[in-house]
Design a protein around this ligand. Sequence first.
Ligand SMILES: [Ca+2]
Ligand SMILES: [Ca+2]
Length: 442
Amino acid sequence: MRIPWSKSTTVIIAAVVMSAAACAPSSPPATTTATTTTTTTTTTTTTTTTTTTVPPSALVSCSVDFTTATSATAAPAAANDDDTRTDDDTQTLDLADLAESDAQTLTLTRVDPDTGRPDIHTLDADVALAFAAALDDVVALEEPVPAQLLAGDPGRHLLWGLDAVGFDDIDHCTSGQGAHVAVIDTGVNIDHEDLEGAVNAGPSIIDGVATPGGGGVDDNSGSHGTHVTGTIAAIVDNGVGVAGAAPAAEVTSIRTFEGDQGQMDDVAKAIVEAVDVGADVVNLSVGGGQTTSLTAAVEYAAANDVVLVAAAGNLKDGEPVCDPCYPAALPDVISVASHTKSFTHSNFSVTTDHLDVAAPGSSILSTSGTSTYHYLSGTSMAAPHVTALVARMKSVNPSLGIDHVRAALTSTAYDIDEPGYDHRTGHGAVDAVELWNRYRTH
Ligand SMILES: [Ca+2]
Ligand SMILES: [Ca+2]
């Protein structure tokens, strides 16, 4: 049912204030020129900024001679023990054990005694067993052993945000498995090569009209949602693109924006949807004015231990785009400021008194609404780093509520900017390693 309203509260994506430069992830530019279009309800401005990164160290010399290289240590002499095969060893294969195996195929290996060339055959199990019994030069008969691509992600080395938070250091603990993240944004390009199959297309709620599951896709109205989602969910070790910060978590996209404009009541509805679909944590890289419906939705989420993480807000032309920015300013929401690669306050991140923590938000590479990757800067980019961290916390402690999450995040944050709590970075930069160390149980 569509409910008419007497007053609309406009909300804007509290994110894109800096750069939007499409680029290949495997070749970071030494200098990046970025053109940005930032739209509000009444004005559109385009700015061009140039950011120069630190150049690589100069080579001392390019004249080398690798033929003079010697091993640092001598290789130990091979011991002729029972594990080392020699020409005199007797062929011993445990055919009886293999005959009991459930394997459909077996791999039979012989080695040419003159050339050393292996002769390897994968055969039906009964055929392989018959050959092994009949031949006296079979060196191995084995069950199949799985292999996998170790391709990695070409753009991983550009994801300074993952390193700054320390996500890799807790991978052995959890990468988000069992946790469910909802992303309320512009939708997502579910066909992107680095997100395909990793994101649920949830409902869409635009201008009060709800489109059920499947509506949460990006219809090319903007790539904001795809970028935010990629920071959380991009597929790891698939040989393309980037890597998400909580890649094992289930992620559902709920669309509430057409272009970069939306209504706060739609955001409120989307929060209710997120709770109802079973989300554990919700990313809100959005900001705008306050509504009663938003407060009700946030309270509903808190009552169900669904943790809301929101971008604190950006400056545009030196002025806050919203002040204070909701939902970040509400007490039951984790409010996230942005810091740079060098752990300084990002110059676009608002100064306000409702901050909890800061997270990487300057020049963040992630998935684009098209099939490529691009850099964006904003508190919108900082929030998903925290959302991913909360997803990992909820992965190991599913019943965590907002109060415990906030206490854990703020008590372990790395103090930056002014000493102690400050109004630009809150309690400091989120720190996954300290979080896990401080709250370990043994
Ligand atoms: Ca990838
Ligand atoms: Ca501080």
